[in-house]
Design a protein around this ligand. Structure first.
Ligand code: HEM
Length: 438
């Protein structure tokens, strides 16, 4: 077990980014070549950074929607690639566990097995513990709370859009997606404004499952995540004896339900909310810019009829699917539509593929802004773990589209772009764009 380092909060690590560290690591350890790889081992990060994931998933949906991969990048696992069996697995949480003790929620194995580091988060817990903890944060995401937040989110979105240059190209990921997501979370949680980019930095180091393969980066990652923990610990310490304020941290500290929560659990859930709301919303915002540019007729439909915005929000989330998968571990032998899943097997639910299931979404690769059943997408998961922040994410994307429409802002990618190299977070590192009016 590694010892807990002393953290100097005035001297936090801010480089390299998780992406830079991994890029350097891949130079030292080149991945297996495409020709030698099992084409259905869709845990290979290259499939996503090179945008080559559609073909293997389409093949699997057609030929073997449930299949087992042996010796994949992250070991042996079951691919679940169509809509119905994913819903089925999610509806059986007592058989298919999310608990970190059994393997957690991503295809990568949990790296840190020392309990002094592992922050307990309810996304990686089973019933009954999950139920109680989810109940404590759910009130922060009710429709009434969303209404309360709307004006502030709108004002912040307007400020960011009004600060964009119309006469030269810029990176939409940096100037819009990251700025809006971290800014919003900083406002919601009362996180110190000047430090808000730390949220992005930490979120990337916390959420990048590829790092688990790069064993020699584990210590670096541990140090950075310790720093994140220490920072939140300080926020908690500062606020625990203060009068309640309207931010979420204070709300959570002072809520009836949370009052008795163990500080580590409180912290774990805080980190979960921040990390959970960061990459996901960020990459949907990038998907909005890129996706609409790929389907100009649909974009025009939306530009002409802004009443379609709420439906387009769902469709864009479906199309982007910013978390490609969630993982479960079987707690007992189970027959899954004729496939014998064994106790201990790793089961990977590919939302990115279920959201392209043509039996549910005809012309699934296409964005159709008035698609009738766009809301049925599985990007937020399903069942007891369905994203608790879904309403907040939808609100942010809806406001972004509405504010873009008010400014008649059309976003045109220039072609310079870089996708995330990962099989979990699905999105963009960089997306250069130019603006025009319509
Ligand atoms: C859970 C996706 C935004 C907080 C999840 C799950 C997915 C997901 C796939 C797991 C569902 C499952 O296992 O069945 C997304 C997407 C988002 C988004 C696509 C944006 C487009 C947010 C936001 C927050 C958030 C904004 C909070 C600020 C959470 C939490 C959980 C969760 C706390 C755990 C729920 C549980 O285990 O009961 N999300 N999320 N998410 N998400 Fe989100």
């Amino acid at each position: 077990m590694a010892s807990v380092p002393v953290i100097d909060l005035n001297n936090l690590t801010t480089s390299p980014t998780a992406d830079e560290a991994l890029e350097a690591w891949y130079k030292r350890n080149p991945p297996i070549s495409d020709e030698d790889a099992n084409p259905w081992d869709v845990s290979r990060a290259e499939l996503y950074s090179k945008d080559l994931w559609r073909k293997p998933f389409a093949e699997m949906r057609e030929q073997a929607p449930i299949n087992k991969v042996e010796g994949g990048v992250h070991g042996d696992y079951w691919n679940i690639t169509t809509y119905k069996p994913i819903q089925h697995v999610e509806a059986l949480p007592d058989i298919y566990s999310s608990d970190v003790e059994h393997g957690g929620i991503t295809i990568a194995e949990p790296e840190f097995d020392d309990s002094d580091f592992q922050l307990p988060m309810f996304i990686a817990m089973d019933r009954p513990k999950h139920t109680g903890q989810r109940r404590t944060v759910a009130p922060a995401f009710t429709p009434t709370e969303m209404q309360r937040m709307e004006a502030e989110i709108r004002q912040r979105t307007a400020e960011v859009l009004d600060g964009l240059p119309w006469d030269k190209p810029f990176d939409w990921v940096d100037k819009v997606s990251i700025e809006l997501t971290t800014g919003m979370l900083a406002i919601l949680f009362g996180f110190p404004w000047e430090d808000r980019r730390l949220l992005t930095y930490w979120s990337d180091w916390a959420g990048d499952v590829e790092l688990s393969v790069a064993e020699d980066l584990t210590e670096q990652r541990r140090q950075i995540l310790y720093e994140m923990g220490a920072y939140f610990q300080q926020l908690w310490n500062e606020r625990v004896n203060d009068e309640p304020t309207p931010d979420l941290i204070s709300m959570m500290i002072h809520s009836e339900a949370m009052r008795d929560m163990d500080p580590m659990e409180f912290m774990g859930n805080l980190v979960l909310l921040i990390v959970g709301g960061n990459d996901t919303t960020r990459n949907t915002m990038s998907g909005v810019a890129y996706g609409l540019s790929q389907f100009p007729e649909e974009r025009e439909k939306l530009q002409q009829n802004p009443d379609l915005i709420p439906n387009a929000v769902q469709e864009l989330i479906r199309w982007q699917t910013p978390l490609a998968h969630m993982r479960r571990t079987a707690l007992e032998d189970h027959d899954l539509f004729g496939h014998q899943i064994k106790k201990g097997d790793k089961v990977v639910m590919w939302y990115i593929s279920a959201n392209r299931d043509e039996d549910v979404f005809p012309e699934a690769d296409k964005i159709i802004v008035d698609r009738e059943n766009a809301r049925r997408h599985l990007a937020f998961g399903y069942g007891i773990h369905r994203c608790v922040g879904a309403r907040l994410a939808e609100l942010q994307i809806r406001i972004l589209l509405e504010e873009m429409h008010k400014r008649r802002m059309q976003v045109n990618p220039t072609g310079k772009m870089r996708r995330v190299h990962a099989c979990f977070v699905h999105g963009f590192r960089e997306l250069e764009v130019e603006l025009s009016k319509y």
